[in-house]
Unconditional design. Structure first.
Length: 203
């Protein structure tokens, strides 16, 4: 039986005054792997007792759908992703919207670094808000060691981690209030989204 892939993550909000210092530290500690710009339609709901979110994303022109299972602030969510064609993107948005989950549109610019020990650091810029995610892909038997690896990397970078679900939810609320916008599925929303999507196709 194939092991379930687990996305181990820890996060920290980055004060704007510390952003350039952190970038320098990441450049010194690791290697810049990619620089991406992403548009996401995020639908949040529940599947039985489990929290689930369904994402239709375009990243540097590459389209995909992503299913994430587990609490938004959890450090060990299940994630499944599948590439799709650009002409399927709006169709998947419409399918997911039929489920009746609340939906949000978000834009992110991300610098992804490879750090020692197989840790990935993603420095995310979202308007006036910045945060960093440290991630390691794991399986059940390795979760304990990999979680220690993530915390060691966070300590080396001098990060003040989000310690609870409440702190993570506060960050999400801040993004909702200042950067992201609620998607109701109205005709006007679809027109606005499609125009935005087309700008990401040509990046």
């Amino acid at each position: 039986m194939q092991d379930t892939i687990i996305e181990l993550e820890i996060r920290a909000e980055v004060d704007s005054r510390d952003l350039e210092k952190l970038k320098r530290h990441l450049d010194e500690t690791g290697t810049l792997d990619s620089h991406t710009k992403r548009l996401s339609v995020m639908c949040f709901g529940r599947l039985g007792a489990e929290s689930i979110d369904l994402r239709t994303r375009i990243t540097n022109g590459r389209c995909e759908v992503v299913v994430k299972k587990g609490s938004l602030g959890a450090h060990d969510r299940l994630e499944i992703a599948q590439d799709i064609a650009s002409n399927q993107w709006m169709g998947f948005v419409r399918i997911f919207m039929q489920l009746g989950f609340p939906a949000t549109i978000g834009e992110r610019e991300t610098m992804n670094y490879r750090l020692p020990g197989g840790v990935t650091a993603s420095l995310v810029l979202a308007g006036s808000v910045s945060y960093i995610e440290l991630e390691k892909i794991s399986v059940r038997d390795d979760v304990g060691q990999h979680r220690r690896d993530l915390h060691a990397a966070a300590k080396q970078l001098g990060l003040q981690l989000l310690r609870s679900e409440a702190e993570f939810n506060a960050l999400c609320h801040h993004l909702d209030e200042t950067v992201d916008w609620s998607f109701s599925g109205s005709d006007a929303d679809y027109i606005r989204l499609e125009q935005l999507f087309n700008t990401y196709l040509v990046q």
